[in-house]
Design a protein around this ligand. Structure first.
Ligand code: ADP
Ligand code: TRP
Length: 330
């Protein structure tokens, strides 16, 4: 165990938005779960208020929240180790967001990538998109997290979070916040989608982490390959099927064996897709059974996330009190 990690409060969150796919699992969920065994405390939450910017259907919000809770539990997150909670169930986060907004310059928020991207698209931008980095900073600062595992795309949000905290320290002359560091997991590769682009809900090129065999099979059948015939030698590194197989398959010798089949020829993409499905079933099959059982018990899932949220609220209530005491409010 990494001694330094064991002393850190690690916090990360994920937005409920769409069915969890292999990109989410390998890029975010599994690394967080792996960290849980190494860190002092893992705070993991559903950033459902952040999703209000993109999920407008209440039934979708509800159901996707349960999908992620069940997915995290099925993949191995232990709600008794650390804290597993719902952002919307901790109202102090919105309070801190407001407090932070009063020390944060407008100009800084206009330089956020997410805001600039929305602006470039020319669509109407709501204040939620503009304030996104402030709520994210509140998520992190309220719990005194020192380490925040995130994808590369979130790096700027972490820098802004530190900046908001420093401005607050400067204005109120007290270093009340822990300055968080981003833990960018460089070794976590970008998972390719069915078309070879980054796997992403918005591109419709995903393989769901948990789905019936029929759906896995259908998704895998859609993976784009070149038109080489069965007998021809093939390049594994340039094949999406192989790259996904290498990610999923835990036996190194099986990966080597598949590579050799590509290089030798006499092995078609249809065969490779069958091998990928078999590997997927072996790796995620047992967890998928757990997932479907858990997913059918929304009441239990609700209790688990609300228990965690009560724990989070106790910490949040204490910490917001210390922050409020600096402001001069009565
Ligand atoms: P999507 O692009 O499908 O909307 P999100 O933006 O909600 O996914 O991503 C949630 C988390 O999953 C983020 O931490 C992101 O870094 C990770 N993630 C999403 N897609 C991939 C991918 N293709 N490869 C690696 N990580 C990914
Ligand atoms: N913005 C993150 C994402 O889109 C989700 C998130 C919200 C988050 N608040 C956070 C991640 C706090 C880490 C810490 O992936």
């Amino acid at each position: 165990m990494d001694k330094e990690l064991a002393t850190k409060r690690v916090l990360t969150g994920t937005r409920p938005s769409g069915q969890p796919h292999l990109g989410n699992a390998f890029g975010a969920y599994l690394p967080a779960i792996e960290l849980q065994s190494q860190v002092g405390e893992l705070f993991f939450f559903l950033a459902d208020y952040h999703s209000l910017n993109s999920v407008f259907d209440p039934e979708e919000m509800r159901s996707q929240s349960y999908d992620i809770i069940a997915t995290m539990l099925a993949l191995g997150l232990d709600p008794n180790k650390g804290c597993f909670y719902l952002q919307s169930a901790v109202p102090q986060l919105c309070e801190l967001q407001w407090i932070l907004s009063c020390v944060s310059p407008f100009g800084m928020l206009t330089r956020a990538h997410t805001f600039k991207d929305a602006e470039a698209k020319g669509v109407e931008i709501n204040c939620g998109v503009f304030n996104y980095p402030l709520l994210m900073a509140a998520d992190i600062l309220l719990f005194g997290a020192s380490l925040v595992p995130v994808g590369k795309d979130q790096k700027q949000h972490l820098e802004m979070c530190r900046d908001f905290a420093l401005r607050f320290h400067h204005r109120y002359q007290k270093e009340i916040f822990t300055l968080p560091e981003a833990l960018i997991q460089e070794h976590v590769a970008i998972v390719p989608g069915l078309d070879g682009e980054k796997m992403s809900k918005s591109k419709g090129n995903v393989i769901p982490v948990f789905a019936e065999d029929k759906l896995w099979k259908k998704a895998i059948a859609r993976i784009v390959t070149d038109s080489k015939g069965v007998d021809e030698k093939k390049d594994p590194e340039n094949c999406i099927v192989f790259r996904l197989y290498r990610l999923i398959e835990q036996s190194q010798s099986k990966v080597e064996a598949l590579k050799a089949k590509y290089l030798d020829g006499g092995y078609g993409y249809g065969h490779a897709k069958q091998d990928l499905l078999a590997s997927m079933t072996q790796r995620f099959g047992p967890q998928r059974d757990r997932y479907f059982k858990l997913r059918s018990r929304e009441k239990d899932l609700y209790e688990i996330i609300m228990d965690g949220s009560a724990k989070a609220r106790t910490i949040a209530a204490q910490n917001i009190q210390s922050i409020r005491s600096l402001l001069g409010v009565l």
